[in-house]
Design a protein around this ligand. Structure first.
Ligand code: GUN
Length: 299
């Protein structure tokens, strides 16, 4: 049976380090880290995520600002809000929750955020720094940064000789995750919906990271015995066994059967999920340190 990573516990130790760093910055420079979170529309899941981000920012001692905009918001109004947040000296991080409701286009909005305030790590400047291996100069996307904390805890900082397979090639996760693994010297394969013999590719992985958005797609015979399995999926599925109309969260990995084969595995919920918020707080405090001309802590 695999060791099951407790994401809540790891996230809480990152949050403790963020709180300390935030207090030190305030004491030494008078700067209080500030995070703005923007949400457009009424999607309940997005609202739940955003509320926990805003709440955690307050808990970390940050200035926390939330802008909740109606579904009908225009591209121009959203762009104007981002512009004003860019200019606000009290804010060090800006996060626009994705996806945006149609017909809003997210790409021009994301690219209009100042790179030094882009705590999501999605601006081309930050993506480019990561792609070129400049891990200390930019800001790294929160979910891959969180997944990497688990990888480092399990395998150390140097992944030389290890095969890593990332299933999924999104800008938000798959591509930055692959870049982080590569920067740590892993031999990296990025698999996706067009990959042939996916099961076979996955069976070669010492580190298998699943981010496909398909409930319990990865099963036990895809997993190399003793592998580290990181599940980034969050899928809500019907759970009639809990009662009529009830649902439950599952990942992209069939947890129980894969846990019998893997060496280390993350659960859903309670694995990568809590780390995303923790790394957002970490990125915000890093951005505030840099703005204050201080050497930023690493997490
Ligand atoms: N929607 C789901 N995950 C994320 C994330 O990490 N950042 C943003 N901005 N939106 C998301």
């Amino acid at each position: 049976m695999a060791t099951v990573i407790d994401g809540k516990q790891v996230a809480s130790s990152v949050i403790d380090a963020v709180k300390t760093a935030s207090q030190v910055l305030k004491d030494e420079t008078g700067v209080k880290p500030g995070l703005a979170v923007v949400i457009v529309g009424d999607d309940p899941a997005s609202h739940a995520y955003v509320s926990s981000k805003s709440r955690m920012a307050k808990e970390c001692g940050f200035t926390s600002v939330q802008h909740t905009l109606p579904e009908q918001t225009t591209q121009e109004d959203l762009a104007a809000l981002v512009q004003s947040l860019n200019e606000d000296e009290s804010l060090h991080g800006i996060l626009v929750q994705l996806p945006l409701p149609k017909p809003l286009r997210s790409e021009p909005i994301i690219q209009s955020i100042l790179p030094e305030k882009d705590v999501d790590g999605l601006h081309v400047v930050n993506a480019g720094k990561l792609a070129t291996g400049d891990l200390d100069g930019g800001l790294v996307s929160c979910t891959p940064a969180g997944a990497m904390v688990f990888v480092r805890q399990t395998h150390g900082a140097d992944l030389s000789g290890l095969n890593a397979v990332v299933i999924g090639r999104s800008n938000l996760f798959g591509k930055p995750m692959a870049a982080l693994l590569l920067a740590a010297n892993a031999t990296v394969t990025v698999a996706h919906s067009r990959t042939r013999n996916l099961a076979e590719v996955c069976r070669g992985a010492d580190i298998l990271v699943a981010a496909v958005g398909r409930p319990e797609m990865v099963n036990a015979d895809w997993v190399k015995p003793g592998a580290t399995v990181i599940d980034v999926g969050i899928n809500r599925i019907d759970a009639p066994e809990k009662g009529e109309g009830k649902s439950r969260l599952v990942g992209d990995v069939a947890f129980k059967e894969c846990a019998a084969v893997a060496g280390v595995i993350t659960p859903v919920p309670g694995g990568v999920g809590p780390m995303t918020i923790a790394m957002l707080m970490a990125n915000t405090v890093i951005a505030a340190y840099r703005k204050a001309g201080r050497q930023a802590p690493s997490f």
